[in-house]
Design a protein around this ligand. Sequence first.
Ligand code: HEC
Length: 450
Amino acid sequence: MKKGICLIWIAVFVIACRQENSYTYTKDIAPILLKNCTPCHQPDGVAPFSLINFNQVNRKKKTILEVTQSGLMPPWPADRNYTHFVGEKYLSENDKLTIKKWIEGGAPEGDSADLPENTYLPIKSSIGEPDTTIWFDSIYVEGNSRDHFYIATLPIELPEKKYIRAMEFLPGKNNLVHHMNGRLLNYENTKKVTISNGKRLLNLETNEQEYIEQFNQLKLANDDGSRPEQINSAVNYLPGATGQIYPEGIGGFTINSKSILLADDIHFGPIPQGKWSHNKVHLFFSDSVPKRPINEVMMGTNGESKIIPPLVIPPHKITTHTSFLEIPQDISILTVNPHMHLLGKHFKAYAVDPSGDTIRLIHVPKWDFRWQYFYTFPTMVKIPKGSVICLEASFDNTSDNPNNPYNPPQEIRERFEFGGAGMRTTDEMLQFIITWLPYQEGDENIRLNL
Ligand code: HEC
């Protein structure tokens, strides 16, 4: 009898524990991963493995616990206590706790009836049906577990000049693209006979001599050697978030019947086995002339404000650099893009208005060259005439920096020789790209997260 009571007590105790810790994959974890992880961790996602079923998740649970608790995943390097942007990736404290408790509770699978309708959503256009789709030449990405950086070109021929409302980059199967920044080179028919006789790919890990030769082989100049019209940031891509379309009347540009999209650059993450990467561009046309085409200004390397002190980073040193740009008219900022390479450590940008007030732009406390987002503000940020945009960044050229390309460390600098253009990853850069419009009354209220 005594034994019987004891057994009952044990049973009650076990049930009580289970109830207190009844988190399951199907009920609690799959919905969190669907929203926060599987945009990348899926068969066609940028991450090297999928997290779309119990077995995959169960196998990785130890690292999942680590990277979710430390904030490494989902990747979002910008400080959310400083400023907010469209499409921020983060886990709520509650989600983090749920993951922790599920794993501590033995990571049970749960009842399959509890699973959400989908454990992942295939990657597709976030804008809709494009008017035209054009594929890049496929790129073979070597499987040597290193990052790779390329310049790729895509000649675009259309029957006539068109207005573009939006351009969208989408990786196809085997998505390996970490990020890409695309500018459009618009050619006049009279100035360039053919746009399709240049090379389509340039590996940025090359020496200077080869780089210049290969760059010339892209044949981007007009036939007389002059430069074509260039539309910067015609399309940008960041993993886990596809095309950006702005509210009616904002953005857009003209595309000539002959143009080349210059993906400068495309970054591929490390993979253990070589794979082909297939990538395409969607064009969305508009019937009307762009009313408020977007402008871009670049600070720092190759840009409109110089870096103080110049970007020369001695070995075994951590250096800090600044740059300042005065804004001559009222502007509305849409996006910002901090850019550094492997030695980047920290980045901050803000504006100081004529009354001395600070307008926050972005803070990246721990730079990670793998996640170079174009950050879009939820509503445009007004910067009054006479403000100064200030940026501060530091670089770590010690051997404590796991991304240091040299061991022992060597002096690393901008490539002043080419005005800083087309830099290799092992060179350094400090850039801040701002897309903006001349300010109009009410801009602060226009939401950009359509
Ligand atoms: C924006 C795309 C993206 C999102 C969203 C994302 N990941 Fe990742 N994840 C990656 C990539 C890419 C890697 C490979 C490492 C790298 O390139 O930094 C990775 C690596 C990992 C790793 C391996 C880390 C290691 O040290 O081996 C784990 C575990 C992981 N992710 C879990 C998650 C979880 C859990 C979530 C959601 C909470 C998530 N990831 C969200 C892209 C993403």
